[in-house]
Design a protein around this ligand. Structure first.
Ligand code: FAD
Ligand code: EPU
Length: 294
């Protein structure tokens, strides 16, 4: 299908999802480039999924049958102007930041402004909406450290919540699946560019041992604070290869695409890890179309 334009003026195109994922795997789907709340409402009239930075996804080689929504235009723009009614000399509450904004650029921009709160998420190649949905983070900080308001869109309408309204925790926000994080307002502590940079650099050190190849990040959550990577490593699985997917020699909780890997290769590696590691491991990746654990 060549690009079409929907009733609300949304560009709709059938595209390989591998183009949108950091693993570089995923077959075709109908991608809706939504730029407004009206466009979201129209796109949600049929079954849909929401795609962020594609940095936590293993998408089937056959693609997915649902519409895939990608936040674009104004929903990928940011207004970091302090809200005069909500900000104080010590704390800035920003204007709206679109769910489609790439997180790395936002984190760099906040550092230059000397605003502290999200620097612990440095190096996470997500979009703001996806990072909020997962409460992405590191041991130096997570998304919910810097949120004031979250706007959620569903087929039933739009509502705003605060972090206090949600049961968020390690790698979870409590936001139900397919509630679209359309925009957020950030709450940040006033600091200095140098102080924020120092914290960012510190958090970034922890990434030195992570592989640089195509990957969706860590495959499994850390069980009870223990590094899943260490457990997989101790099971002797570093360097295990199935097809063109490999358990990274640098860090055992990363699966990398050597070039031409398929979703089936990655699933087979996940099964191998589960069979060999004695501690039950919960998947961090999301598998499309199935949400069933491998
Ligand atoms: P996607 O991968 O596109 O989607 C993931 C889920 O979020 C899907 O359910 C999707 O539907 C949902 N989603 C996406 N956008 C929205 C939205 N706007 N509204 C509602 N739901 C949405 N994660 C960490 O936590 N810490 C790390 O240190 C870390 N390091 C990483 C390093 C690398 C090199 C890579 C590739 C990944 C890393 N990750 C890390 C994993 C990943 O970046 C996070 O899980 C991130 O939250 C995924 O966000 P995304 O925008 O890419 O979402
Ligand atoms: N370790 C090993 N072998 C390995 C990997 C790790 O022995 O193959 C050991 C390390 O030597 C270290 C310990 O395990 O002693 C912890 O390792 P690391 O510092 O790499 O942290 P992690 O717990 O494995 C977590 C997050 C990462 C995040 C880093 C840095 C999870 C599942 N992983 O990894 O997040 O970037 O800390 O803060 O929470 C992600 O979620 O996708 C992700 C990359």
């Amino acid at each position: 299908m060549t690009a079409a334009v929907s009733r609300s003026g949304t560009r709709v195109e059938r595209l390989p999802l591998s183009r949108f994922t950091t693993l570089g795997v995923g077959g075709e789907a109908e991608v809706w480039f939504v730029t407004s709340h009206d466009a979201l409402a129209e796109a949600m009239e049929r079954p849909y999924r929401i795609l962020g930075g594609g940095s936590n996804l293993v998408i089937a080689d056959a693609g997915v049958p649902e519409r895939v929504l990608r936040l674009s235009g104004p929903l990928a723009e940011r207004d970091l102007t302090p809200d005069p009614l909500l900000s104080t000399p010590a704390r800035v509450v920003t204007g709206w930041v679109g769910g489609g904004v790439p997180l790395p650029g936002l984190v760099r921009q906040l550092q230059k402004l000397g605003l502290s709160g999200l620097e612990g998420t440095v190096g996470i190649p997500a979009q703001v909406g996806g990072a909020v949905w997962m409460n992405a983070g590191t041991r130096y900080g997570e998304m919910f450290d810097g949120l004031h308001t979250i706007e959620l869109v569903t087929p039933e309408g739009t509502r705003q919540v605060t972090p206090d309204d949600l049961p968020w925790g390690y790698r979870q926000s409590g936001i139900p699946r397919n509630h679209v994080v359309s925009r957020v307002r950030l709450a940040l502590t006033v600091s200095t560019p140098d102080a924020v940079l120092a914290k960012m650099d510190f958090a970034d050190q922890a990434r030195r041992g992570q592989p640089k190849m195509k990957t969706p990040g860590c495959a499994f959550k850390n069980p009870g604070g223990v590094s899943a990577g260490q457990l997989i490593d101790e099971a002797g699985l570093k360097g295990t290869r199935i097809g063109n997917a490999l358990i990274a020699p640098e860090h055992a909780n990363f699966i990398v695409n050597l070039g031409g890997a398929t979703a089936a290769d990655v699933h087979a590696l996940l099964d191998t890890v589960r069979a060999r590691v004695k501690v039950p491991l919960e998947l961090e990746y999301e598998l499309w179309p199935g949400q069933a654990e491998p």
